[in-house]
Design a binder for this molecule. Structure first.
Ligand code: 13P
Length: 249
């Protein structure tokens, strides 16, 4: 059976308690494709409220980041074990904004991923190249390097990982990768997974696309065979997110 199409909404550092509540009520009252798994990632301060507002719905919540140490003197951080304790099922790790603005290395992302999995969290693992890397034909070198760093620490079980291919040049720029550009990288990630992950896991893996996904481009992207979902930024803050969740209808 093909894995379920996955749509994540990454709210980033946006919104108020009131705007978040309104957005969630739009989502819970909308008719969403039952064959799609929907996850929203509000800012940390809003996570528990969102989880409560979503009770009884099929929409789950995700942290936008987490630290791999269980507890201690790490001012400003939230740990994977604290997410687990609060029954937050998902966490986004390795987002390009974490990598570029906050200096997270491939190894740091791998540490976090291994720790998150060992605390029963599901992980949306982000990978992707910058414009400069794309223009110098390094896209797959970068993506494979990022994936391999994680595989080194998580050699066996990728069943709780969703890989989000997010080309940095397409994030928040309105410059969406063409369906062909995205499909090419997704297909290469599946090829990597076939070769490097234990048998049977590549078939179960979801590789989703992120970068300026919108109501107007989601259907065409979703029609590509290797695009098994989206990670949406800006448009996840708008009612248009419902259309993106329903891209396969
Ligand atoms: O970074 C993203 C999702 O994690 C994509 O952001 P945009 O959809 O705003 O381009």
């Amino acid at each position: 059976m093909a894995p379920k199409f996955f749509v994540g909404g990454n709210w980033k550092m946006n919104g108020t308690l009131a705007s978040g509540k309104e957005l969630l009520s739009t989502l819970t009252s909308a008719k969403l494709d039952p064959n799609v798994e929907v996850v929203v990632a509000p800012p940390a301060l809003h996570l528990l409220g969102a989880q409560q507002a979503l009770q009884g719905s099929n929409i789950a919540v995700a942290g936008q980041n987490a630290y791999h140490k269980a507890s201690g003197a790490f001012t400003g951080e939230i740990s994977v074990s604290q997410l687990q304790d609060a029954k937050i099922p998902w966490v986004i790790l390795g987002h390009s904004e974490r990598r570029t603005l906050f200096g997270e290395s491939d190894e740091a992302v791998a540490d976090k991923t291994a720790a998150a999995l060992s605390h029963s969290l599901r992980v949306i693992l982000c990978v992707g190249e910058t414009l400069e890397e794309r223009e110098s034909n390094k896209t797959m070198d970068v993506v494979v390097r990022q994936l391999e760093a994680v595989r080194k620490q998580v050699p066996e079980d990728w069943s709780k990982i969703v890989v989000a291919y997010e080309p940095v040049w397409a994030i928040g720029t309105g410059k969406v990768a063409t369906p062909e550009q995205a499909e090419e990288v997704h297909a290469a990630i599946y090829k990597w997974a076939q070769e490097k992950l234990p048998k049977g896991q590549a078939e179960e893996l979801r590789v989703i696309y992120g970068g300026s996904v919108a109501g107007k481009n989601c259907k065409e992207l979703a029609s590509k065979p290797s695009i098994l979902g989206f990670l949406v930024g800006g448009a996840s803050l708008k009612p248009e997110f419902v259309d993106i969740c329903n891209a396969k209808l």
